[in-house]
Design a protein around this ligand. Structure first.
Ligand SMILES: [Fe+2]
Length: 280
């Protein structure tokens, strides 16, 4: 084995140590990391200090890497795969939109195929706050009662950008609402049956309403399930150190950033792996 893996949470999270960092880009290491990711959903590499070239190279070993947004692909940017996660508008023109990340969500939940996994390297951290929390949606499903499992089997939920932005901007302008609605909502089953045979719950701030239920009844169900899915038992909370690399399997986790000062220099360099498994 090129890596050693130590469990962090009861249901989610493991710390990974690479025995020989020169072996980080080996096929075997990539296989071991992907297996550990499937098993633990969140992997923490403490103070790995990957630079952009190394993060992109390592990400490519794990899968196909997404290029996010047209600004990233501008000429002269050597690493269009790197997305800068920060509230600082000088570093990221859509910083405002990122305030949605303070709410539990699954990346790409309004897409047919959500992203597979995300890698974050901490470049600058917040003085106060800014931890990231991950909740296992596998455990949230597995620990349901047999009765609830059966009851939820056919439930379908509509996810939308609008639902995810309403808590960030409770009093939007007509123009903002129009822009949100330009992104079509998407209906998903509540229970995602994966190719592996495992099942997980599809929840989060993007969840707008439940098909065939009154708005109030659907909201009550979604709120109750989100509370269930994010109880401490199912959560790993990461307190960042500069240089940490964290990878999470977006198919089996909800995540959120804990609040930090809007003037904070906190900066994460993110790479994202293309999804290959529709929610079904
Ligand atoms: Fe996210």
């Amino acid at each position: 084995m090129n890596i050693s893996v130590t469990k962090l949470g009861k249901h989610i999270g493991a710390e990974v140590t690479v025995r020989n960092t020169a072996a980080l880009y080996d096929e075997q290491t990539a296989r071991e990391v992907l297996d550990a990711l499937e098993e633990h959903t969140v992997l923490v590499f403490r103070e790995l200090h990957l630079d952009d070239a190394a993060q992109v190279a390592f990400s490519r070993k794990l899968g196909e890497v997404v290029i996010l947004g047209s600004s990233a692909a501008r000429p002269g940017n050597p690493y269009p795969e790197i997305f800068k996660v920060t509230l600082n508008k000088d570093d990221n023109r859509i910083a405002e939109y990122l305030k949605g990340t303070f709410f539990w969500h699954i990346d790409g939940a309004t897409d047919e195929i959500p992203t597979k996994a995300t890698l974050l390297t901490a470049r600058r951290i917040a003085d106060d706050g800014g931890d990231t929390e991950f909740a296992s949606t596998y455990a949230a499903y597995e620990e349901l009662s047999a009765e609830d499992k059966q009851r939820f089997e056919r439930v379908r939920v509509v996810h939308s950008l609008e639902a995810s932005q309403r808590p960030v901007r409770p009093n939007p302008s007509a123009e903002e609402v129009k822009a949100w609605r330009a992104r079509p909502p998407r209906e998903h089953p509540l229970v995602w049956t994966h190719r592996s045979g495992r099942k997980s719950l599809v929840l989060g701030v993007t969840a707008s309403h439940v098909v065939g239920m009154s708005e109030a009844e659907g909201r009550a169900l979604l709120d109750r399930l989100l509370e269930w899915a994010t109880r401490p038992d199912f959560v790993y909370r990461h307190h960042w150190r500069v240089g940490d690399l964290v990878i999470w399997d977006n198919r089996g986790a909800l995540h959120r950033a804990l609040p930090y000062d809007f003037d904070s220099p906190r900066l994460m360099h993110r790479t994202t792996l293309v999804g290959d498994e529709p929610i079904q």
